[in-house]
Design a protein around this ligand. Structure first.
Ligand code: ZN
Length: 276
């Protein structure tokens, strides 16, 4: 079984575990996937772990950093108001072997416009996705039905446009409470993925300002939030890569962070490392 199927299986299992009902639409182990859903795991995929990997369930609840110790750096890229910037991030993943996690809003056409490039990257595990709502509202100002509509519509968009299911949810503006977390979990996103570092680029920055943020926040086991909204970040990729190298960091997706080589876990038999 390939890595992607493994992660999907993991996500499906988690969703089942989180709800305790075993009835997550389209991802239940053993359920035949709909024809239009190439991302859904096959029944066989549900019972066979990927070589060298053990499933480490993403937590139910809020995370702000990567788990455990290590030199991981999770670059998480939100929104996608600018299609050229989304394309540039995809190219960065291809050219520089950077692993990225995207939190798209489906209302922006950038994702559909770049889907042909993004889908195979997601398939290989080079990039991962989380849900960031359809239209980026402050969920704490909306009623339950509206919150569910925002999350559910984007979940469906991620599935049909990008071929992914994900346990991860990030509330727009980081605005969340127990109610919004619960609705996200009920819709199959048990992990509320916050962050503990930032590129500061939800507004337009100069290159120097952006690199200042990077130097401040790029550190081991950090989840850094950035945005595919303004071009500045695309002009400093080389400097960002230099900084990652200088600090001995290794980019990981959020999916990587909770699915790790078996050798890392106590009692596990050491097996081949995951190809990177
Ligand atoms: Zn956002």
């Amino acid at each position: 079984m390939d890595r992607r199927r493994f992660l999907l299986t993991l996500a499906a299992g988690l969703a089942v575990a989180a709800t305790g009902r075993g009835a997550v639409t389209g991802t239940r182990a053993g359920e035949s996937p709909p024809v239009a859903a190439p991302a859904a795991p096959s029944p066989a995929a549900a019972v066979e772990p990927a070589p060298g990997l053990v499933p480490v369930p993403p937590p139910t609840g809020v995370v702000t950093a990567l788990p455990g110790e290590g030199n991981g750096l999770a670059l998480t890229i939100d929104d996608g108001t600018n299609s050229e910037v989304v394309a540039a991030f995809a190219q960065l993943a291809v050219d520089a072997d950077v692993r990225l996690t995207f939190f798209p809003n489906g209302r922006y056409r950038s994702w559909e416009e770049n889907a042909a490039v993004l889908r195979p990257l997601a398939e290989s595990g080079q990039i991962a996705f989380g849900n960031h709502t359809w239209s980026h509202p402050d969920l704490t100002t909306l009623g339950d039905a509206e919150v569910a509509e925002e999350i559910g519509r984007n979940k469906e968009f991620l599935r049909t446009t990008l071929g992914v299911e994900t346990p991860f949810f990030r509330p727009p503006f980081g605005a969340r409470d127990e109610r919004t977390d619960r609705i996200a979990a009920d819709l199959g996103h048990p992990t509320i993925a916050m962050w503990n570092g930032t590129l500061g680029d939800s507004r337009v920055l100069t290159a120097a300002e952006l690199m200042g943020y990077a130097r401040e926040w790029f550190a081991p086991q950090t989840i850094v939030v950035g945005h595919a909204n303004h071009r500045t970040v695309t002009t400093v990729y080389g400097e960002l890569l230099d900084l990652i190298r200088e600090r001995g960091l290794r980019t990981v997706t959020l999916a990587d962070a909770w699915a790790a080589p078996a050798a890392r876990f106590r009692g596990a038999v050491a097996t081949a490392r995951v190809p990177r």
